[in-house]
Design a protein around this ligand. Sequence first.
Ligand SMILES: [Zn+2]
Length: 93
Amino acid sequence: MIRQAPVMRICISCRKTYDRKNLIKITKDHKQGIMFQKGMGRSAYICKSKKCYSDSKIKKKLQKALKTSLDPEFIDIFEKEITSYNDYSNQGI
Ligand SMILES: [Zn+2]
């Protein structure tokens, strides 16, 4: 039996490698702008640890990774998105 190897990606904050399923993907979509877990375009991954997503430098790191400038409101949306995924995983789904 050949098992498919998990797709590994690096968290842009802690630089650790994780299974892509355990990361939040942030994509700069060509048409729709910044999207979470979907979209086509340049992407960055971040793990779900609070240390990473609440890092004061995370916006800068994302801007660099996505090669774009992010709105000041972005960080609020970003934190809400990530915490909602965390709630989801805490429920054991
Ligand atoms: Zn991380």
